[in-house]
Ligand binder design. Structure first.
Ligand SMILES: N[C@@H](CCC(=O)N[C@@H](CS)C(=O)NCC(=O)O)C(=O)O
Length: 169
């Protein structure tokens, strides 16, 4: 698998967490969303993902351009079936409800759900922008606990191949 990713992109981080939880080895091709006016706008990348966004995951002979679909693809047969039915029957609106209803339900391993997986990058962004998280002690506790899990650590924005030296941890 190849993941087109930007170290700081929360959507990319979600997919990196899922791949790490599932123990899937993959290569990263960094797409810098800022440099050169945004490498996501290059002709080469546009051919791969006409939405011109990361993450983009090449896996099992297909290219997936939505982070949640990339994650679902690896969650399990049952979820994939629900996903396929939703897309076939009524398009992406239904997919949203599948994602919502499966978010807390399907574990990716270590009792970690899609909801947990989505929470961590969002809270990290909140921290980055100095949002006061004191009214949300439960979220903060879950966030801190999840950050002790290896899959969240290895996929962290501070440890990516394209992380600038001054932001490395
Ligand atoms: N629905 C998409 C959203 C992807 C997305 O918004 N990616 C952002 C980074 S987190 C991006 O590539 N932004 C570049 C741009 O908009 O130019 C997903 O979940 O994968």
């Amino acid at each position: 698998p190849i993941l087109y990713s930007y170290f700081r992109s929360s959507c990319s981080w979600r997919v990196r967490i899922a791949l790490a939880l599932k123990g899937i080895d993959y290569d990263i091709v960094p797409i810098n969303l800022v440099k050169d006016g945004g490498q996501q706008y290059s002709k080469e990348f546009e051919t791969l993902n006409p939405m011109k966004q990361v993450p983009t995951l090449k896996i099992d002979g297909i290219t997936i351009t939505q982070s949640n679909l990339s994650i679902l693809k690896k969650v399990g047969q049952e979820t994939q079936l629900a996903w396929a039915q939703a897309v076939i029957s009524s398009g992406f609106k239904a997919l949203e409800s599948v994602l919502q209803s499966t978010a807390g339900k399907y574990c990716l391993g270590n009792e970690i759900s899609m909801a947990d997986l989505c929470l961590v990058p969002q809270v990290a962004n909140a921290e980055r922008y100095k949002v006061d998280l004191s009214p949300y002690p439960t979220i903060t506790r879950i966030y801190k606990t999840l950050l002790t899990v290896e899959a969240f650590q290895v996929s962290h924005p501070s440890r990516q191949p394209d992380t600038p030296p001054e932001l490395r941890a």
